[in-house]
Design a protein around this ligand. Structure first.
Ligand SMILES: [Mg+2]
Length: 300
């Protein structure tokens, strides 16, 4: 296994360049030509062995999830993914078969999402880790932000919550395990919400509803009350839905009077509460304070 052999094998698996991605992998840098009237959005996400995934995880799932995390952020902006860069550091235990399977999972989601791998970096390291940068595009000025919520807005979530944590805890629960290992970024839903101009603010749920909603409320300078029942993933608990990470659903707010369909782009949309004018970040759940107890790498 050499760097050149890995990259040569990888290049054979990549689609040809496109009108926007003028030059993909193989030179010193990729060339991307934006369309007129568009904003570009960028996100980068790391995954580390022992922290975000374990050595025993299926390599396809690690590759899939490494890309899914970034695509979910692009979906949250209401943007269309345009290209992705992947930096991969391989630990001493990694064999060519693992690398091949990792790329299989990564490229499967890339093909499904129509986003080309335009380049990246490759290294040996003490631990296996990866960093995925995704670039997306959106009509100028139309990207959703976390800061757009106002008192009186209704809070919605897509899909069902708690499956990511349930799948981590219960490897034998097949549907939840799939949610945990191969989450589906809500790209089509993000685009549909933008075309209909439904959200006033939006973000994706990666670290758990309580923590991510807190972030949206702080960014918007508002508070919230969650009163309605939550769309809980079958088999998960309400606590899983409130605080479990890795769901990659969309969380958004909607101005009064804006009609929201019950399902959009194949995903259910559930109202779970409303935005209030309290202390920024505060959230009440059925009258009691809801602390942000989701995932935080730096909590001590
Ligand atoms: Mg995010």
């Amino acid at each position: 296994m050499t760097e050149d052999s890995i990259l040569a094998a990888l290049r054979k698996r990549l689609p040809a360049s496109s009108r926007q991605l003028v030059l993909g992998m193989g030179d010193d840098a990729a060339i991307y030509r934006p369309r007129a009237g568009q904003d570009l959005v960028f996100t980068t996400d790391m995954m580390h062995e022992g922290r975000h995934f374990l050595r025993g995880y299926p390599a396809e799932a690690v590759g899939w999830k490494a890309l899914a995390r970034g695509l979910s952020d692009i979906a949250a902006m209401g943007a269309k993914p345009e290209f992705v860069l992947l930096s991969l550091a391989l630990g001493p235990w990694v064999r060519p078969r693992w690398v091949d399977a990792f790329y299989t999972g990564f490229l499967e989601l890339a093909a499904q999402s129509k986003v080309p791998l335009a380049g990246g970096d490759l290294a040996r390291a003490a631990h296996t880790s990866m960093d995925v940068m995704v670039a997306g595009s959106v009509p100028a000025g139309d990207a959703f932000r976390r800061s757009g919520a106002r008192a009186g807005d209704t809070i919605y979530v897509s899909g069902q919550l708690g499956g990511g944590l349930l799948g981590l805890r219960s490897p034998r629960h097949r549907a939840a395990r799939r949610r945990h290992l191969r989450p589906e970024p809500r790209i089509a839903l993000g685009l549909a919400l933008r075309k209909r101009r439904i959200p006033s603010a939006m973000m994706d749920l990666s670290d758990g509803l309580s923590t991510d909603l807190h972030r949206l409320l702080v960014a918007s300078g508002v508070a919230a009350e969650l009163d309605g029942p939550l769309p809980v993933f079958p088999g998960a608990t309400e606590d899983d839905a409130l605080h479990g990470g890795d769901d990659y659903e969309l969380l958004f707010t909607v101005r009064p009077g804006v009609r929201v369909p019950a399902t959009l782009a194949g995903q259910s949309l559930t109202p779970i509460g409303r935005v209030t004018a309290g202390h920024p970040g505060d959230c009440l759940r059925q009258g009691a304070p809801l602390p942000p107890l989701g995932w935080d790498h730096f909590r001590t």
